[in-house]
Design a protein around this ligand. Structure first.
Ligand code: APR
Length: 320
């Protein structure tokens, strides 16, 4: 069987980490694309030289030509600019919208059958715009946010409870911004609801609230520390888990930004919800029941996404 082809559009911090992980996990041959000449080629050469040590045979190439992503099975998009301290994800909108147009056209022309995972921020608006510009079916264009936000939430919960991260199942819904909705009612420690575990461990509701807040601003915390860019290891790992779910038809239920048509009271927007990812791409949105407070919080998050889409439409009339 021929190897799968993984195209990484954007060969920056996340793109390079994605290539490394994809090679180590043997997902397929890898093409790194970037507009900057030399960077994707240099990273591809460096990564190729991991092969003899790690024992992988994947072909890893770098390019500045969209023709080289032809026939890709999976495309992961990180092209654009990342945040610097003091910037919100929304501050990136103007620049990254133009980038999504070029990327969407490149994908449509060269690999219209691919499963596309967008990471570029502001995520919910960029994945929507990428779908619009590419014209691909909505089930084949998804955004990576919820897996990362849930991983951040799970990390903080595991630290607080003093338990293995392997036993924490944390749930985050909504947009990938300050209004995201970490859902405590669906978060468990090996099946034990977080609220019950908090009682057992003597952890107050206020403290849980602080953990929720730290999750919401988890990306910003890293931007403030790095000063020159934003998180890249965990975003890359999260996107790779989504690519694996698609390539291996795992039918995993992962929180992803997908086009929601009707469920959660949302119509035609990309929002973070639990979705089955398998060979059909985003196969089914799972609608969980929420408390009134969670519903209200999700509504705020959805409104924030809508505002971003309006801003996109104002910037590019072809989206209106
Ligand atoms: N086409 C392809 N690549 C592009 C384009 C474009 N039109 N414009 C910029 N790039 C490339 C840059 O040259 C750079 O190599 O995208 C890459 C982005 O890499 P970094 O700046 O290192 O950013 P990274 O940390 O990888 O994050 C990328 O993901 O999480 C989001 O907010 C983050 O939007 C940002 C994106």
């Amino acid at each position: 069987m021929a190897r799968k082809k993984i195209a990484l559009v954007g060969a920056g911090n996340i793109g390079g980490t994605l290539a490394h992980l994809a090679a180590l996990k043997g997902l397929g041959d890898i093409v790194l694309f970037d507009v900057v000449e030399g960077v994707p080629q240099g990273k591809a050469l460096d990564l190729s030289q991991c092969g003899p040590v790690e024992g992988f045979d994947a072909s890893i190439t770098g390019t500045n030509d969209y023709a080289d992503i032809a026939g890709a099975d999976v495309v992961i998009v990180t092209a654009g600019v990342a945040r610097k301290p003091g910037m919100s994800r929304d501050d990136l909108l103007g620049i990254n919208l133009k980038v999504m147009k070029a990327v969407g056209e490149g994908i449509a022309a060269n690999c219209p059958d691919a499963f596309v995972i967008c990471i570029t921020n502001p995520l919910d608006a960029m994945v929507w715009a990428l779908r619009e510009f590419s014209g691909l079916p909505a089930n084949k264009v998804v955004g990576m946010a919820g897996v990362l936000d849930s991983a951040r939430f799970a990390t903080f919960l595991a630290w607080e409870f003093g338990v293995s991260v392997k036993d924490v199942n944390a749930f985050v819904l909504g947009g990938h911004g300050d209004t995201m909705v970490p859902v405590l009612s669906y978060s468990t420690i090996n099946g034990i609801p977080v609220a019950d575990m908090a009682k057992i461990k003597g952890i107050s509701e206020d403290r849980l609230g602080e953990i929720v807040q730290r999750t919401r601003s988890g990306g910003g915390e890293i931007v403030a520390l790095l000063k020159t860019g934003s998180a890249f290891y965990a975003p890359a790992t999260s996107a790779i888990s989504m690519a694996e779910a698609y390539l291996y038809d795992q039918k995993r239920i992962l929180p992803c930004a997908v086009q929601v048509d009707g469920k959660y009271g949302v119509d035609g927007l990309y929002v973070g919800v639990p979705v089955v990812i398998g060979a059909g791409g985003a196969e089914e949105v799972i609608e969980i029941s929420l408390t009134d407070e969670e519903k209200a919080n999700l509504g705020v998050s959805v409104d924030a996404v809508k505002e971003l889409l309006d801003a996109c439409k104002a910037l590019d009339s072809s989206l209106a």
